[in-house]
Design a protein around this ligand. Structure first.
Ligand SMILES: [Zn+2]
Length: 872
């Protein structure tokens, strides 16, 4: 029965090798007899030959399954079983395959398939977890309706037993569920345990009532209101903006403590990392509330973009993820401040995706090969995938975008699709040829767009020359020019807008755009009167394309745009660029903090006409990683400790110079009354928190200590604690915080993360040893592991402390985690992806550690692929 196939790790999966499954699955019936160590899964699946596919052997995926018995049309069979699945002789006509397998949920520490978390049964099947539950064609293009019966353990009945779809008979110790919508196996879900629900109802636009439930462990019921409210707002928004209605009688969200990802969009039964469900004013920050809103929306929106229309294969992951991220960004922009949301999204894109796109892990939005698909749930697929949709919408316009989406749902409902299907819908709806645009899906790397300008004073014409190029990335030495929408505006010398935003479409490697000012033959329409003096262009407004804009600009012009630009994104961007230039000079030339920057910053801080949330963003400094990247791009070698010291010096300088305005803001931005997580209050708290962080640099922490003692919510308490830790204080507060929150996992994650993130390079190793040696460091829990190891690697100066002790410590922990939870271990290896930016000593130490990791006997396919790519 047992065959010796090559280990799956040896095999690269390629897009070009796609072939449809040779059978069509009709119905799927599953019975689960739950038991912590010996759950029985009985399956009954109907198969018929697929006339659209070449015939092939009958192969069902299956990993770590103990086959009890199998039959075809009722007759027992003895299939051949390998590490990857089962093959069997089958008739050439429709047949019924039945199997009974045994699995061990409590032994499943990889949190993939059916596993246990705190005594509760739950599943995670995307991308390839279902094959750890039973034998099945575990691929997204096989879609079928599912019937599920769950039987609880006889000796320990489970109050709640859930699966996808609509509820059927629920009696005694069993529950039945029927999902009428054909779905791929990665959307299967099962949850069973001692859970309680916070419930609500929603009536769809066409009048169908839907029962809504947020399931949590007893005791957490009072922390679900915001998730439920976010769900209701998401359902309404999708009806209003995309005409998408919900399609089952019940929709549930379940919070799980042990979870590799953020959340999962299983049909009708979303499973969430509890971090993105549970929130109360005293335990969650404003950022937590905002994340919950965004992630609840994201998973709900998948019901149409992902579930009803799914991906043909995993190379098409961006089809559902890029689009759904774009949709959740639109939603959050509508719920909150759109410009502030855009700035936040671009900050995240640059921090994660640009970093990825400029290193050894760079890959296209639609990758062409993988060894372990779990390694491709990346910022490129998600965030750059969303940027591509945003560009498409900008190019065709909002109305045509909506028409194309209507056609997409109409044409492809119930199908498993490709990027080609997606683009064809846009071509058919708009008449546009998207063959060049399609390169965004296949070409990796962040394009550089260089702009130079000529001003013809006499003719009153401004000419902009754009040159685009995309640097080589692994496997892609040469790149073709892309379609790049550049949103452009123009200000006169007095700061008045003389040309409202227009979109220029770059398609060539070099392209010249002339703008006439009131001359009557303008290339870009403009009725503005001719203005004396050279205008100031505002380029890439709203960050209209995910590119790096390269332009020789003076500090004066940046300060001018920071003061006057009418586009909020570019206004912020001007200030950010100014801060980056100042800091880079401080690091590389030992320059002093530039007084022009400080006065420009003061002007923004003082400007009460500006949204407080926007001002908070304008006051924030570039991250250590941003600066390392900027210094590297400038041709120098970044020194992490020097970057850390310059940031500290500038923060002190800002605290001192802007003390009067910061102190006024700190007093004025106090939000009276009970805490509410709305955008306006959160914005005021963000600005107050930014002021506090700077003021603490110069007041010895007195304000922060007082705020910590009085804080009535987690945002203010954690903000005060962070401000204290960053100035080397807060020991007592840290202990008090722990005493108060010891029993709360999510809050304790913050306690760990904050210390790791604010450790100075000199104390990093001691802090790391203390945190990882703490009895509460439950390292098998992914949230806890990330809160220490992830936060430590995100603190660039700490991670790269000159003696290499943190490299060793992180590597040791990855070696320990890998056999237990390969997905989480593999994801954290990305800490090393920027290693080639640094000096020879650091590179040597990193290489040594990566080689040590890669040499581990039995290293998972996940981690081994990642380390191989980073080292290549
Ligand atoms: Zn998603």
């Amino acid at each position: 029965m047992k065959d010796h196939a090559p280990r799956a790790s040896d095999r690269t999966v390629r897009l070009e090798e796609y072939a449809p499954f040779p059978w069509i699955v009709g119905d799927v019936s599953l019975t689960f007899r739950l038991h912590p160590t010996a759950t029985r899964v009985l399956s009954r699946i109907t198969f018929a030959p697929n006339p659209a596919a070449p015939s092939g052997p009958f192969f069902l995926h299956g990993e770590k399954l103990k086959l009890i018995e199998a039959s075809i049309d009722g007759a027992p069979v003895s299939p051949t079983i390998t590490d990857e699945g089962l093959t069997c002789d089958v008739p050439g006509t429709p047949f019924v395959f039945e199997a009974e397998v045994e699995i061990d949920p409590s032994g499943n520490t990889a949190l993939d398939g059916l596993y246990m978390s705190g005594g509760m049964y739950c599943t995670q099947c995307e991308a390839e977890g279902f094959r750890k539950i039973t034998f099945y064609p575990d691929r997204p293009d096989v879609m079928a309706p599912f019937n599920v019966r769950i039987e609880g353990p006889e000796d320990a009945p489970l109050p709640v037993m859930l699966s996808n779809g609509n509820p059927g008979a629920q009696e005694g110790n069993s529950a039945e569920w029927h999902d009428p919508w054909p779905k791929p196996s990665y959307l299967f879900a099962l949850v069973a345990g001692d859970l309680v629900a916070k419930s609500g109802t929603f009536t769809t636009a066409s009048g169908m009532p839907v029962a809504l439930n947020v399931y949590v462990r007893p005791g957490d019921e009072d922390r679900c209101d915001y998730a439920l409210d976010s769900l209701i707002r998401s359902m309404r928004w999708d009806e209003q903006e995309y005409a998408r209605e919900y399609d089952l009688s019940v929709f549930s969200i379940v919070a799980v403590d042990d979870f590799n990802m953020g959340a999962m969009e299983n049909k009708g039964l979303n499973i969430f990392n509890s971090k993105y469900v549970l929130a109360s004013p005293d335990t969650a920050t404003d950022v937590d509330f905002e994340m919950i809103e965004g992630i609840v929306a994201h998973e709900y929106f998948h019901n149409w973009t992902g579930n009803r229309v799914t991906c043909r294969d995993w190379f098409q992951l961006c089809l559902k993820e890029g689009l759904t991220v774009f949709r959740d960004q639109q939603f959050s922009g509508d719920m909150r401040s759109e410009p502030v949301k855009r700035i936040d999204d671009v900050l995240a894109l640059r921090a994660r995706q640009f970093r990825e796109d400029n290193g050894p892990l760079a890959h296209p939005v639609r990758p062409e090969s993988y060894i372990e698909i779990n390694n491709f749930y990346t910022a490129t697929v998600y965030e750059k995938g969303a940027e591509v949709i945003g560009m498409l919408r900008r190019l065709v316009g909002a109305e045509a975008y909506r028409a194309a989406l209507d056609l997409y749902f109409e044409r492809h409902d119930g199908q498993a699709c490709t990027i080609e299907d997606w683009l064809k819908v846009f071509e058919d709806a708009t008449g546009r040829d998207l063959s060049q645009f399609k390169l965004w899906y296949s070409q990796a790397g962040t394009p550089r767009v260089e702009v130079s300008e000529e001003w013809d004073e006499e003719a009153g014409r401004l000419a902009l020359t754009f040159r685009q190029h995309t640097p080589p990335t692994p496997g892609q030495p040469d790149k073709a020019p892309l379609v790049i929408p550049i949103a452009l505006g123009l200000l006169d010398a007095g700061g008045n807008e003389i040309m409202a935003t227009e979109v220029v479409e770059l398609t060539e490697a070099e392209q010249r755009v002339e703008i006439g000012l009131g001359t009557g033959d303008a290339d870009l329409a403009s009725d503005a009167p001719r203005v004396p003096g050279r205008p100031v262009p505002s380029i890439l407004r709203g960050f209209s394309a995910p590119v790096i804009l390269q332009r020789q600009t003076s500090a004066e012009e940046r300060a001018f745009l920071l003061a006057h630009d009418t586009d909020p994104f570019n206004k912020w961007e001007a200030g950010r660029a100014l801060a980056r230039d100042v800091l880079v000079r401080m690091v590389t030339e030992g320059a002093e903090a530039d007084p022009h920057y400080l006065s420009a910053l003061e002007m923004v801080a003082k400007d009460d006409a500006l949204d407080p949330a926007f001002r908070a963003l304008a006051l924030s400094l570039p991250s250590q990683d941003d600066l390392a990247q900027a210094i590297h791009d400038g041709g120098a070698t970044p020194e992490p400790t020097a970057i850390w010291a310059a940031l500290r010096r500038l923060a002190e300088e800002i605290g001192g110079t802007l003390e009067p305005v910061l102190s006024r803001l700190y007093d004025e931005m106090r939000v009276p009354g009970p805490y509410t997580p709305d955008a306006e209050s959160a914005g005021a708290r963000a600005l107050r928190g930014a002021a506090l962080a700077y003021l603490s640099r110069v007041d010895g922490g007195s304000r922060a200590a007082a705020q910590f003692a009085e804080a009535g919510n987690m945002t203010e308490q954690l903000g005060a604690l962070g401000a204290l830790l960053r100035i080397g204080k807060g020991e007592e507060e840290l202990a008090a915080f722990r005493r108060r929150w010891e029993g709360d996992r999510l809050v304790m994650d913050k306690w760990f993360a904050l210390q790791a993130a604010s450790a100075s390079p000199a104390e990093a190793h001691d802090v790391a040893l203390r945190l990882t040696g703490d009895p509460a460091f439950d390292w098998t829990n992914p949230n806890r592991f990330r809160s220490v190891i992830g936060a430590l690697t995100g603190n660039v100066a700490a991670f790269h402390e000159p003696e290499g002790r943190i490299y060793r410590l992180v590597t040791d922990w990855l070696i320990r985690l890998d056999p237990v939870n390969p997905q989480t271990a593999a994801r954290l290896t990305t800490a090393f992806e920027t290693w080639k930016r640094f000096d020879a000593d650091r590179q040597g130490m990193i290489r040594e550690n990566l080689e040590r990791l890669s040499a581990v006997d039995g290293l998972s396919r996940d981690t081994s692929e990642m380390v191989g790519r980073i080292l290549a």
